[in-house]
Design a protein around this ligand. Structure first.
Ligand code: AMP
Length: 418
């Protein structure tokens, strides 16, 4: 499959070739024809699958084909997304794929002065990328008018729900024309999200891409059993490895993220932290320094990291295991993007065994345990025994059929240990 097969206009094909894209990703293969044909779409896909291009390319193509009315341009497409980082990235995608067309786009998000954003809006734009709060704010100031909208994209709907944006969305929806094309994306489909999708989509085509377990297969995963106090020294030891060029470290809390970053810097490893309590400028600076390889490590909380899209991220570290198992998949999905291999290293302390169990259940496999390291906790011994017991059990079952009772030593040793 090639992009030419979608009959895209030369300006888009040329832009894609400049980006180095050769073949569409599975979500693009399925979604682009649906959107080009004017249908509503319900896409179950997470970041990293190429979903931004899947909706922006056909929107650019359809908008470019429409005759322009004289006078100030009305906003024709709105993309609503939960975080500033995602908003910036989506806006950049419209620039990347649409810079050879006549379309104009702008991005608005909170936490920064509205003046540069309203200046951009006043010039007249075709595509607006927005976070919900700032959008409502500018609508109430009559600086944004959505009455002539043709395309509405709701991106990362599940994260919108998590972040408490559902009421904002419900306030925005009545302000959109009923006659429009709607594209709805979510990584997961809990009942509330399915209900919301149902209420805003008309006879949608459904596309589901990369269930979590197959995404994680691409990624080399490993697990270190280590107690809380030893996590930082172990992290430093592992990060000193020269093969690691760029690593994203996840921390459950904002406070923890700051502490880890400070600790790494003290140990001579260039690092910074991003989380919701940092100013937008500080977050963007940290992210740019990380993308430009000026710092080796970025420490992030889940929400702050959601929009991070870095092409050459080699390693993800889970300093803490997440409470929600799907979050593990989202986290490690920051690496191994667009078909690249990646490495995900997780730490598990004795109070995180339940989270580990839930994660392994979700991904349908045991994460390989690194048994020999300098900070091994007692848990490692337990895990080692559990693994050995499993193997032994298999051996026993096998030998039962081959008539050899064997392996008595192992079980006698086990009995003595107990
Ligand atoms: P997304 O899921 O939209 O966040 O995209 C994930 C990453 O894949 C981004 O870095 C895109 O630049 C990249 N990407 C999207 N589509 C393609 C493609 N067809 N070929 C190669 N890379 C792509």
């Amino acid at each position: 499959m090639t992009f030419e097969q979608f009959h895209l206009i030369p300006q888009i094909l040329e832009a894609l070739s400049q980006e180095g894209y050769v073949t569409p990703t599975p979500i693009q293969e399925k979604a682009i024809p649906i959107v080009l044909a004017g249908r509503d779409l319900l896409g179950c896909a997470q970041t990293g699958t190429g979903k931004t291009a899947a909706f922006s390319i056909p929107i650019i193509q359809n908008l470019q084909a429409k005759p322009r009315t004289p006078g100030r341009r009305p906003i024709k497409a709105l993309v609503l997304t939960p975080t500033r980082e995602l908003a910036i990235q989506i806006d950049q995608s419209f620039e990347s794929y649409g810079h050879l067309t006549h379309l104009r786009h702008a991005v608005i998000f909170g936490g920064v002065s509205q003046q540069p954003q309203t200046n951009a809006l006043n010039q007249g734009i075709d595509v607006l990328v927005a976070t919900p709060g700032r959008l409502l704010d500018l609508i109430s100031q009559k600086l944004v008018d959505l009455r002539q909208l043709d395309y509405f994209v709701l991106d990362e709907a599940d994260r919108m729900l998590d972040m408490g944006f559902i009421h904002d969305i419900k306030r925005i929806l009545p302000l959109l024309p009923k006659q429009r094309q709607t594209l709805f994306f979510s990584a997961t489909m809990p009942p509330e999200i399915a209900e919301l999708a149902d209420s805003i989509l008309q006879n949608p085509e459904k596309v589901a891409i990369t269930p979590p377990s197959s995404t994680v297969d691409m990624i080399d995963q490993s697990l270190y059993f280590v107690e809380k106090n030893d996590k930082k020294p172990l992290l430093i030891e592992l990060l000193k490895n020269k093969d690691i060029t760029s690593a994203l470290v996840f921390s459950r809390t904002k406070h923890g993220a700051d502490k880890i970053a400070r600790f790494l810097v003290q140990a001579g490893i260039s690092a910074d932290a991003i989380h919701g309590e940092k100013s937008q400028n500080a977050r963007q600076r940290a992210l740019n320094n990380f993308k430009d390889h000026k710092i080796k490590v970025l420490v992030a909380t889940d929400i702050a990291a959601r929009g991070i899209d870095i092409d050459e991220l080699s390693h993800v570290f889970n300093n803490d295991l997440p409470e929600v198992p799907e979050t593990y998949v989202h986290r490690i999905g920051r690496t191994g993007r667009a078909g690249n291999n990646g490495t995900a290293i997780s730490f598990c302390s004795s109070d995180e065994m339940q989270q580990l169990k839930d994660i392994q259940k979700l991904i349908g496999k045991q994460i390989p345990v690194i048994e020999n390291h300098n900070y091994v906790s007692d848990l490692a011994t337990i895990a080692q025994y559990q693994a050995k017991a499993k193997v032994a059990e298999k051996e026993k079952a096998k030998k039962k059929w081959t008539g050899n009772k064997g392996n008595g030593d192992y079980w006698r040793r086990q009995k003595r240990q107990n």
